[in-house]
Design a protein around this ligand. Structure first.
Ligand code: URA
Length: 189
């Protein structure tokens, strides 16, 4: 029988050679995401930046350091979480993703979520939240709350890069991660 690790690896392989949109021509490396195939939580950002494009790994730049500190703060261990993005390839110059790119790329993320079946998906920032939960929600209003869609539980928060722009975000993001930790325990099967 195929294991979840094999399924997730097979998806990563396909993503690395994806040519479904024009970002496949400009990228250095696609960034499928990484983490446990049976992760309890999936953290989903917007798109790879320069560091991620260079290394083929998600959240390895300045915002990534913050994300990894937040994950450490709530004592999640390797294998208990997955880090990924809506877009798997870097938009040139970090411009905003275009609708066609998002349309082409989002089936990859949905397939990853379907394989991992996390207890919680945490969209990081407005862009990921809008794609996963629809355009009507405002991140400032729903961050740190539990939202259920089609049997999947979500808890959005701000993108950790917000802390780099304004340190006042740190307190709320830390509080949301602490809520996330409690939610993961509550949802223990
Ligand atoms: N920001 C994101 O949204 N994703 C990354 O992988 C890195 C920075």
């Amino acid at each position: 029988m195929t294991t979840t690790v094999e399924l997730l690896d097979a998806l990563s392989e396909q993503i690395r050679s994806c040519r479904l949109c024009k970002l496949g021509e400009s990228r250095t490396n696609a960034v499928p995401g990484e983490g446990g195939a049976q992760a309890k939580v999936m953290f989903i950002g917007e798109a790879p930046g320069a560091d991620e494009d260079e290394q083929g790994r998600p959240f390895v730049g300045r915002a990534g350091k913050l994300l990894r500190k937040l994950i450490e703060h709530i004592d999640l261990e390797d294998g208990e979480y997955f880090i990924g993005n809506i877009l798997k390839c870097r938009p040139p110059g970090n411009r905003d993703p275009e609708p066609l790119e998002v349309e082409a790329c989002k089936p990859w993320l949905f397939a990853q979520i379907a394989v991992v079946k996390p207890r919680v998906v945490m969209p990081l920032g407005r862009f990921a939240m809008t794609l996963l939960l629809g355009p009507k929600l405002q991140i400032g209003k729903v961050r740190g709350t539990v939202i259920e869609r089609d049997g999947q539980v979500f808890m959005p928060t701000y993108h950790p890069a917000a802390i780099l722009r304004s340190p006042r975000y740190q307190k709320v993001i830390v509080a949301d991660f602490e809520k996330l930790a409690r939610l993961i325990l509550e949802l223990e099967p």
